[in-house]
Design a protein around this ligand. Structure first.
Ligand code: AVJ
Length: 334
């Protein structure tokens, strides 16, 4: 699936899944295993089929969903300061690697300001969506080599060797989808993937007023509800399921003890559902847990950073500390 847009080529390749088969099967096994649990659960990475990626873009335009616009408005300033910082560190070329790149909105302000980026690699689970976004990005940055890789960044990734200094980019607080133990693993893996003397630019959502958090995940236009329920539509289509979407409701609550927003799909009635030939019972009020979105105080997050062998070089906080962006450096001595 090599394509080129005009003069600027976007190289596409498949990362850690051979011709989609392994991934399809993994989807089925993951879904069935999740529905067999006492607390039924599905991984949020399965939200992002073509339709789910579109719904997510709509979420980002919502008034209630503050993380997207807040981070986006921080990034030009962040990138300008990075430019100065890297000059001071005598870093003159960067290989930028975005994890969970999606629609590539966030990298634009970074590329605009940070002229020393010599190569951009975008990894996302939603291949076609990423490919289209990459071609659009290539038009805006015709001189920049861009690679788009369909892959699951929760698994280790092998990067093409480069003379430039690697910098990972993981915006949007996607790291919040992991529980703290998994976030630690991700940070360790990223350090292995990016290598010694590399950097990681991270967006992390902060703890804040509960109402503001819950409104962001249960918006008044019900876009997040459609995004959440779309995972059932996907199961119906791809795994021959018979979920009746009208018999489930979207739930988003802040679990204060664990510091996370939880999204669930709650069964409105006693019912049974069949997926890939297997039948699952639902009691009225029973839920499928579909997503966690952890929120961290900067100091709290820094404990994970340190434990994973990174050092925070810089922290940017949005007004009222409603979102944070940080630059991590892999320590030279381990
Ligand atoms: C893409 C994981 C950062 O947790 O805020 C948005 C996903 N879910 N609304 C988030 C999401 C519901 C989003 N992340």
């Amino acid at each position: 699936m090599h394509t080129s847009a005009g003069s600027s080529a976007v190289c596409a390749w498949q990362n850690n899944n051979k011709k989609g088969c392994k991934m399809d099967n993994e989807f089925k096994e993951d879904v069935l295993a999740g529905l067999r649990l006492t607390q039924k659960a599905l991984s949020p990475k399965y939200f992002y089929d073509a339709q789910g990626s579109k719904y997510f873009d709509q979420i980002c335009q919502l008034e209630e969903y503050y993380p997207y616009r807040t981070e986006l408005s921080l990034l030009p300033e962040v990138a300008r300061e990075l430019q100065d910082y890297f000059h001071q560190q005598s870093v003159d070329s960067i290989q930028l690697v975005e994890f969970g790149a999606g629609s590539l909105h966030k990298v634009k302000p970074v590329l605009q300001e940070l002229k020393m980026v010599k190569e951009f690699i975008a990894i996302d689970i939603s291949g076609a969506h990423l490919q289209a976004a990459s071609e659009e990005l290539a038009e805006a940055f015709p001189d920049l080599p861009i690679k788009a890789a369909q892959g699951d960044f929760t698994k280790p990734i092998e990067l093409a060797p480069s003379d430039a200094t690697p910098m990972g980019f993981f915006p949007g607080s996607t790291i919040g989808n992991f529980d703290p133990g998994e976030a630690l693993d991700f940070l360790r893996n990223a350090r292995t993937t990016l290598g010694k003397d590399s950097y990681l630019l991270l967006g992390v959502d902060t703890k804040k007023d509960q109402q503001m958090l819950e409104d962001a995940y249960d918006d008044s236009s019900n876009v997040t509800a459609r995004f959440n329920k779309n995972i059932l539509t996907r199961i119906n289509r791809e795994l021959n399921g018979n979920f009746d979407l009208s018999q489930f409701e979207h739930v988003a609550i802040y679990n204060e003890e664990l510091g996370r927003i939880e999204m669930h799909l709650r069964s409105l009635v006693d019912q049974q559902v069949t997926v890939a030939g297997e039948t699952f019972q639902f009691k009225q009020g029973e839920t499928i847990h579909t997503e966690n979105s952890y929120k961290y105080h900067p100091d709290e997050f820094d404990e994970l950073v340190t434990a994973a062998g990174w050092k925070r070089e810089c922290l940017w906080l949005a007004p009222d500390a409603i979102f944070s962006v940080m630059l991590l450096h892999s320590k030279e001595d381990n």
